[in-house]
Design a protein around this ligand. Structure first.
Ligand SMILES: [Zn+2]
Length: 65
């Protein structure tokens, strides 16, 4: 594993309440478990997959359903 891969990539977290898209780097997200929506003030649980990953559609996902 070589260090800096996608730590600096920004992803959009969609607020489930107001659909505001909050952009944070992956490095930031790894250190936090919740984010406060600047649009409505709601706390969003980052691990509950409100993620939108940057153009990575591919064979490498795990189909967990
Ligand atoms: Zn919101």
């Amino acid at each position: 594993m070589s260090g800096s891969s996608y730590e600096d990539d920004e992803i959009g977290i969609i607020c489930p309440a107001c659909e505001y898209e909050i952009r944070k780097s992956i490095g930031w997200i790894r250190k936090h478990t919740q984010i406060e929506c600047p649009g409505c003030g709601q706390r969003i649980d980052i691990e509950s997959r409100n993620f939108r990953m940057p153009g990575r559609t591919g064979g490498n996902g795990d189909p967990s359903r």
